[in-house]
Each structure stands twice: as structure tokens, then as C-alpha cells.
Design a protein around this ligand. Structure first.
Ligand code: UFG
Length: 335
């Protein structure tokens, strides 16, 4: 299949392009590199031996997007292009409404214009808020969003449901990611946070390599076994493979709207991640305990049975693998 990947040079996008190419599909990337670099394309080619087609455009630009659809025969779209910093979304909500909601409106509009009816959308476990029951399943209720970022994911999910209801040919898969970490085992692609990282693992690797002085554990007084928050950390390559499986399922289905949790099914605390990092890298991490971070939920991890059963997918990497790969990547980019 010819798959358009918006945000295909980003962290999850680039790993998904690799998996698409390795599964025998063609990938057409659109990315404006606001949060990524063009060298990612060279590295995708180094890993796969295939060079994805690239268009440097903003997916809010429907004229340019439409031209891509006219030129390429697009069978389906994986839509990643979006902003994802929770704190920034509180300070600059319009950016999130424009890029996250506006971007999806543009992409869906142009898809309809060109009779492309297959969409895989990157959503987030943030839609569950602080879940009453863990592991959280897809049928858990959607909680009021804590941030404009989280709200844009909810609106995008609703938009997809409304388009599905209005159009008998439309097929979509909404993937609710838990916490993606790690990097490609080749060390050629990975996460490139701009400025100070918000997320735990890039903060750890940057501390270990000496860019940051110390990690702060955001709270050790939660009602969890070691007092720190619990998350479901999934290797980005496993997450990327789930997109290919979701797409392939859509290609064999008629009018359908799928929603899948993409996580490992296991919870790990902040201290678990620190200890595992120290173990796999045989080093000591400089860290201190600080205050709770506003908006953090105490524990969330996935019930991933639906994805395992219906997508013929299973996460294969461990947290040890993911942290080792993240560390290799951090060392490679600082050479
Ligand atoms: N943490 C620290 N110190 C840090 C960074 C994070 O202790 O310097 C802790 C957080 O408090 C949290 C855990 O590490 O307990 C994970 O934090 P991340 O920022 O890596 O990830 P989040 O779970 O907060 O965020 C993720 C996605 C968001 C999404 C959110 C929904 O990155 O896009 O889940 O819950 F919105």
C-alpha cells in the first residue's frame, strides 16, 4: 500500500515509516521539520535500504496537501503531525487547537476530496485521565481533559467518530498510546526533544550524559508501592509495529472504527525506570526527589488484550531493551 505519513520525520512517525517499509509498503512522508530534522530521512534509508518520498509541507496547508494526493496514489494515511507538550498547551492553547484539531480537519478534508478512506490516528491514554480501574481498557470512560493538549486528542477522536458516522466508506483506527520510550536498535533514529525534555526517559539520558545536572523525581508520596507514579512504558518500535497492523486490519475491513490501547500491559514506577537504567548502563544516575508535578495521574497502564487479539500484535521489547536503546541513541547524537 502507498501510505501517507504526516509527521513522518518525528519520533514515532520515523519508526513507523521504518516498519512500513520493512513490511513492504511505500511511505510518503509529509513533515515541515518544525520538530524534527531532514537527516532522519537519510537514516531511515540507512536502516531499510529504501528512501521514503518526502514533501516538506505543513498539513494545515490543504492546497499543498491536495497536490500530494494528486501526485501520489494514497491508499491510507497515518496522521502523527501534532504538538504534544502538555505544559506548552496550557500557555499557548491556540497553537494546539490550530495544529492538532485544524491539522486533522485539513487531512480528513483532503482525504475525502481524493476518495481516500483509510486513517490511522495517534491518540493518547491521556483521554482516560486518572482512571478508576487499572489496567484501563478501551471501554473506560473518557475523563475531562486536564490540558488543552489532552482536550485536542479528545476532540480529534470525536471528529473521527463523526466522520465515520457520516460516511459509509470511512475506515479508521484510533491508537491510544501509553508512554513511548526507547529508540531504534540500530541507534540511527530516536527522540530529539527540543530544549529541556518534559518526558522522563530523555531527561534521564540527558542527565546521564551530562547535559542536565540532575533528574527530579516528581513526587514520592503517591499511593503506590514505592511512592512514585506508575506508567506503561512501551518501546517505540513495538508501538510503530502496531500502526502497520492497524492499517493492515483496516485494509481487510469494510466501514469500521477501531480503538486500541497500545501499551505493554505492565506498570512501572519512576524509581523502577531509574533502577533499570542504572542496571543496564552500569552507572549511577544523579537524582533528587521534588514536588509532585501538576496534572500527573498516580497510575495508568493499559489493558492491551484487544490489540493483542484483534491486531495480531504483541509488544516484544522489555524496558531494559528500551532504556539501552535510548542510551545508545543519546550517545550517538552527542558524538
Ligand atoms: N517524571 C519525573 N521527572 C521528570 C519527568 C517525568 O519524575 O523529569 C515522571 C512524571 O511525573 C511521571 C513519569 O515520570 O510520573 C512519566 O512522565 P512523562 O512526562 O515521561 O510522561 P507522562 O506520563 O506525563 O506523559 C505522557 C505523554 C503525554 C500524555 C500523557 C498522558 O508524554 O503526551 O502521558 O498521561 F499526555
Amino acid at each position: 500500500m502507498n501510505i501517507l505519513v504526516t509527521g513522518g520525520a518525528g519520533f514515532i512517525g520515523s519508526h513507523t515509516v521504518v516498519e512500513l517499509l520493512e513490511a513492504g509498503h511505500n511511505a510518503i512522508i509529509i513533515d515541515d521539520f518544525r520538530n524534527s530534522t531532514p537527516s532522519v530521512i537519510d537514516n531511515i534509508e540507512k536502516i531499510t535500504g529504501k528512501r521514503p518520498t518526502l514533501y516538506k509541507i505543513d498539513c494545515n496547508n490543504t492546497t499543498e496537501l491536495s497536490a500530494v494526493f494528486r501526485k501520489e496514489k494514497i491508499d491510507g494515511v497515518i496522521h502523527f503531525a501534532a504538538d504534544k507538550a502538555v505544559g506548552e498547551s496550557v500557555k499557548n492553547p491556540l497553537k494546539y487547537y490550530k495544529n492538532n484539531i485544524g491539522g486533522l480537519v485539513s487531512v480528513t478534508e483532503v482525504m475525502k476530496e481524493h476518495n481516500c478512506n483509510t486513517l490511522v490516528f495517534s491518540s493518547s491514554c491521556t483521554v482516560y485521565g486518572n482512571p478508576e480501574v487499572v489496567p484501563v481498557s478501551e471501554s473506560a470512560s473518557i475523563q475531562p481533559a486536564h490540558s488543552p493538549y489532552g482536550y485536542t486528542k479528545q476532540v480529534c477522536e470525536r471528529l473521527i467518530q463523526d466522520v465515520y458516522t457520516s460516511d459509509n466508506s470511512f475506515k479508521a483506527s484510533i491508537l491510544r498510546y501509553f508512554n513511548p520510550i526507547g529508540a531504534h536498535p540500530s541507534g540511527l533514529i530516536g527522540e530529539l526533544p527540543i530544549g529541556t525534555p518534559n518526558n522522563l526517559v530523555p531527561y534521564i539520558t540527558q542527565t546521564a550524559i551530562g547535559i542536565r545536572e540532575e533528574l527530579t523525581v516528581f513526587g514520592n508520596d503517591y499511593n503506590t508501592p514505592d511512592g512514585s507514579c506508575i506508567r506503561d512504558y512501551i518501546h517505540v518500535v513495538d508501538l510503530a509495529k502496531a500502526h502497520v497492523k492497524a492499517l493492515e486490519k483496516l485494509s481487510h475491513s469494510e466501514h469500521i472504527l477501531d480503538i486500541f490501547n497500545i501499551g505493554t500491559g505492565n506498570g512501572a514506577s519512576v524509581y523502577d525506570i531509574i533502577k533499570t537504567f542504572e542496571k543496564v548502563t552500569d552507572s549511577k544516575l544523579n537524582y533528587k526527589v521534588g514536588k509532585r508535578r501538576e496534572g500527573d495521574v498516580e497510575r495508568v497502564y493499559a489493558d492491551n488484550k484487544k490489540a493483542i487479539q484483534e491486531l495480531n500484535w504483541k509488544p516484544k521489547y522489555t524496558i531494559d531493551d528500551a532504556l539501552m536503546h535510548a542510551w545508545n541513541w543519546e550517545q550517538n547524537i552527542r558524538k
